[in-house]
Write a protein that binds this ligand. Structure first.
Ligand code: SER
Length: 582
């Protein structure tokens, strides 16, 4: 049996209910791109809300952390990983939690006690020394010399604000060297495998700490790391979790893992993460914003490393790797089965898109650095705009040559470009939709619906001539040779409202300009658009070249109402309309 199954069986036997893994894209939390810890989807319950499954829960949660995406390639980093967790929501507390962790490690996984070391909270002005945990560990047979006390490493919070508390961490001596008597937290031969957080506090924006309504337990154990430890390998990618993928990459590339570790690890890791993002029910597609941008970066970085291994990029290497990953995880995560084809298509399309420019882009890169000079903002932007090189890829290529990239300058150019053309996709490096409020965003999407409705109701040759949006209303100018009749206005309104009620998904895709035009996407001034454009689609009813931003689903729009229809100039009519909140 594998670690996940052993873990769930064990905690179910201790009265826990298994809860399903939440999607990788958080459903109700726009402040983060991905779930980064098992506890994240449980925050409302840790804060006191009643959980439908009760007070003892366990699961394996899909997590994605992209803050050190560039570190992937070493022996331990992964962008996607699975976290095992068990929770008490105001049920058991420190003693039972420690006891069960100990039992699972020593009786189920058969880890010898003398390989373990633990840390407990040492105490500060606000929170006292965690004597209960300390004594519990002693009573279980962990000697005092193997219990370290710290302050900073034994307090856990996700970010700056939220439920939090002191914790006790469990470490494993991962080395063939002689076992030391004393556990020193600085000794890197000891690696953390499990973190039991005693969440009894809430930290607010000002840093104040108050007590939560209930004392909770939140534990987390990384599947990849623990599996590697149990299997006695010092490189996570040598564990059974990765061996099939690595062997396949060896077969495809015709070279062995040894000597090509970095590229193989990057490909294995990034392809797995891309599979999970593309399969997520949120329907993320590669783009230049948010989760879509991460997905794009992962796929493009994997492609570049595949190229380094001399893999024929145009072959079906990506599909083969994705298939083995899909198959392996399908029994744990239903969406990988349901959306298998979506995943394969996302990979194939993004690969096709990037392939067209990758080769030329790499040659251009070599030209730029031929005098071994650093890369300025203009060149970095050129590589992005013309060859689709994410800035992080340019940085990676540069650092392999010991060169720097003017990233700050790149970002400035990027923003200037966005404002100029409004068509380059929203470059969201951090933070929100610059200058676009929620209401304006809704009007923006409504504009696309109105444009599409006019074509259906009035004339398929109606075209947008201009638009203007404030937080109070939208104004839309369009080519038309007559004043709209009452009936036409009413039908347009009804059609827009019908689409709103249907809850159509708004999706965004990047493609070469020619393809966008050939596919019939709507646009105003084609010559103003760059070679690669973004196309926003609303269900099947609208496809427009546009820089966004838009709502995710038309349901968010409320009720659409035409206020006025009048002449604007010769052959151009103007509609003023509002959205009324539901
Ligand atoms: N939330 C803690 C962590 O992520 C324990 O699950 O380490």
């Amino acid at each position: 049996m594998n670690l996940k199954d052993l873990y769930i069986d064990f905690f179910v036997s201790k009265g826990h209910k298994q809860i399903p893994s939440a999607p990788v894209v958080p459903e109700n939390d726009p402040s983060v791109l991905f779930n980064t810890a098992g506890m994240q989807p449980l925050v409302p319950y840790l804060m006191g809300q009643k959980h439908p499954y009760g007070t003892r829960l366990c699961d394996y949660q899909k997590c994605i952390r992209t803050n050190d995406l560039e570190s992937v390639g070493d022996t331990t980093h992964h962008t996607f990983f699975e976290m095992l967790g068990n929770w008490s929501l105001g049920d058991y507390f420190k003693e039972e939690s420690i006891e069960w962790s100990f039992e699972f490690l020593t009786k189920i996984l058969n880890i010898p006690i003398n390989r373990l070391g633990v840390t407990v909270f040492a105490g500060n002005d606000l929170i006292p020394f965690d004597e209960v945990s300390y004594n519990k560990w002693l009573s279980l047979g962990i000697p005092a010399s193997r219990i370290a006390k710290t302050v900073d490493d034994n307090f856990w919070i996700a970010g700056d604000v939220g439920p939090c508390g002191s914790d006790t961490e469990i470490f494993y001596f991962r080395s063939d060297e002689e076992l030391p008597e004393i556990f020193d937290v600085q000794d890197e031969r000891f690696v953390e495998i499990w973190n039991n957080v005693f969440m009894e506090y809430y930290k607010d924006e000002k840093g104040n700490i108050t007590e939560l309504p209930k004392k909770n337990v939140d534990t987390g154990m990384g599947v990849e790391r623990t599996t590697a430890i149990l299997e006695g390998v010092n490189d996570n990618y040598l564990s059974s979790i990765w061996q099939d993928v690595i062997h396949l990459i060896e077969e495809i590339s015709g070279v062995s893992y040894k000597g090509h570790e970095k590229s193989m690890r990057v490909i294995a890791d990034h392809m797995r993460t891309a599979v999970f993002i593309a399969a997520d029910p949120s329907g993320i597609k590669p783009s230049n914003t948010d989760q879509g941008y991460i997905l794009r970066r992962l796929i493009r970085r994997a492609i570049r490393h595949a190229k380094q291994l001399n893999i024929d990029i145009n072959s079906d290497w990506d599909q083969r790797i994705a298939k083995i990953i899909l198959k392996k995880y399908q029994s744990y995560y239903a969406e990988l089965k349901e959306n298998a084809q979506v995943v394969l298509n996302v990979l194939a399309e993004e690969k096709q898109k990037f392939n067209r420019t990758l080769e030329k882009g790499l040659r251009e890169f070599d030209k730029i650095i031929k005098n071994h000079n650093d890369i300025d903002a203009t060149h970095a932007f050129h590589l992005y705009d013309t060859y689709g090189f994410p800035i992080e890829l340019t940085k990676e290529l540069a650092s392999e040559k010991g060169l720097q990239v003017d990233e700050q300058g790149f970002k400035e150019k990027f923003r200037a470009h966005q404002e100029l053309s409004r068509t380059a996709s929203q470059g969201k490096f951090k933070g929100g939709l610059a200058g676009n409020g929620e209401v304006e965003t809704k009007y923006h999407t409504a504009t696309h619906l109105l444009n599409a409705a006019l074509k259906v109701v009035v004339d398929k040759n109606v075209h947008q001539k201009g638009s203007n949006i404030t937080s109070e209303r939208m104004r839309f100018d369009f080519s038309c040779d007559h004043k709209l009749t009452e009936e036409e206005k009413q039908k347009v309104e009804e059609l827009v409202n019908k689409w709103i009620q249907e809850g159509l998904e708004v999706t965004v895709e990047e493609m070469p300009k020619d393809r966008a035009i050939a596919s019939g996407a709507e646009c105003m001034f084609i010559e103003k658009y760059p070679d690669i454009v973004t196309v926003y689609s609303i269900g099947d009813v609208s496809h427009e070249l546009c820089g966004g931003p838009h709502v995710k689903n038309t349901r968010e729009l409320g009720t659409f109402k035409i206020k006025k229809e009048e002449a604007s100039s010769a052959g151009v009519r103007r509609i003023k309309a509002v959205l009324i909140e539901k």
